[in-house]
Ligand binder design. Sequence first.
Ligand code: UDP
Length: 451
Amino acid sequence: AHEAMQPHVVVFASPGMGHLIPMTELARMLTSPRLNFAVTIITKAPTLSSSEKDKESFRSSLPSSVNVVFLPTTDPYDNSFTQIFLSALSSLPALRETIRSLKSSTRVVALITDFLSVDTIDVARELDMPFFVFGPFNLMALSFLLHSPGIDRETTMEFCDMPVIKLPGWCTAIHGIDLSAAYQDRRSEPYRLSLHMANQILKADGILCNSFYELEPGLASILKDKNPNHPPVYTIGPLVRSIPDQQVNSSICIEWLNHQPCDSVLFVSFGSEGTLSSEQITELAWGLELSQQHFLWVIRTPDGSRGTALLPEGFTERNKAGLVVQSWAPQTEILGHKSSGGFLTHCGWNSVLESIMNGVPMIAWPLFAEQRINAKMLVNGIGVALRLEVQDGSVVPRNVIATVVKELMQGKGGRDARKKALELKVASGKALSDDGSSFKDYTKWKSSIVI
Ligand code: UDP
């Protein structure tokens, strides 16, 4: 009788919208009639600084078929890599109890955890459940993670001293300094945690990666081949936010875009956490002005103060073809609008997928985490973005910004990148259709756990 019950997947997500959004979409996908799982998302809160109201709005954004359980939390309000990792550790007893209780009345078949909460593998093993890791990044970032314990064993060299890193299947090489801050000092705690994370991922029963075959064909063929050195890899993307959850500035932006010519607007945004220095904000303003292109800029300051105060005098009056909004904008709707023709982005993976799915070419301005790897891949490997030289700690000058913006919106480089973006838009649409590459991976994954 147990076998006849609907298979139930438990999804554990650490706080942080960057992985919670795609994991919610994963849950939506799993509960669709095509796959027909029951899903419970277990999390502490959307972010470590979330209020009860944020939790409620997260709950109400879920499809009715997806259940959510919030675990109690006393964590400090700090969304750093280390804190999120520790937060997952402190959740283990509550997670164990919640899964036990779900198991008593439903047929729980698997635990899927985001990559920061990999210590939940202990709970899965104890309760005798298959354990999967969700990677809210691309295959290139995954490939680096999977190889990192080996590199750590083979050399004592600091990553920042490695001029070239190119692993099998990579579409481009990177420098050691392109890796995230955790890899810049091998004696640091974040480095130790990153290695631990990689070693735990290597023990999983499989990895679900938010990418799709056609986006990274070289690496996909290598990673998806059976390999005793790592768990099976499934490409199950692109999973991007399908319903807007924050309505801030929505009508202003869309109303304004409705009045702009087709493909004319450059959208400028650095994700949910990225900020520029005050000096860089002013320089970016001059760069946008000098480029003489239409733009929609989401301005966010490090201390949450009004960014518009940093704009040069008379900026708004002189730039009638530009719109500046504070802190947040409905990004997926903006990128899907016919007036959007380019995206100046920090290369957060969700932003990149949203741009690609809408056929919008990019300018890569990476800030932190694995964003420099993403930038190299987009610019040198795939050709869907133009490069902006960003030196750590120095301000990118206005003329450099103006030149690359003009090139994206009017030049040959922009035309080539747009052509590539449109090809990928078509491919991304197909990937999740019934016989698409990603959907095939869902079915393959399902048959590995449901007998
Ligand atoms: N986002 C948004 N409006 C904003 C800033 C961000 O809707 O003003 C959304 C964006 O669409 C994406 C997510 O927040 O889904 C940001 O994720 P990403 O991986 O790009 O960057 P992160 O915020 O994790 O650095």
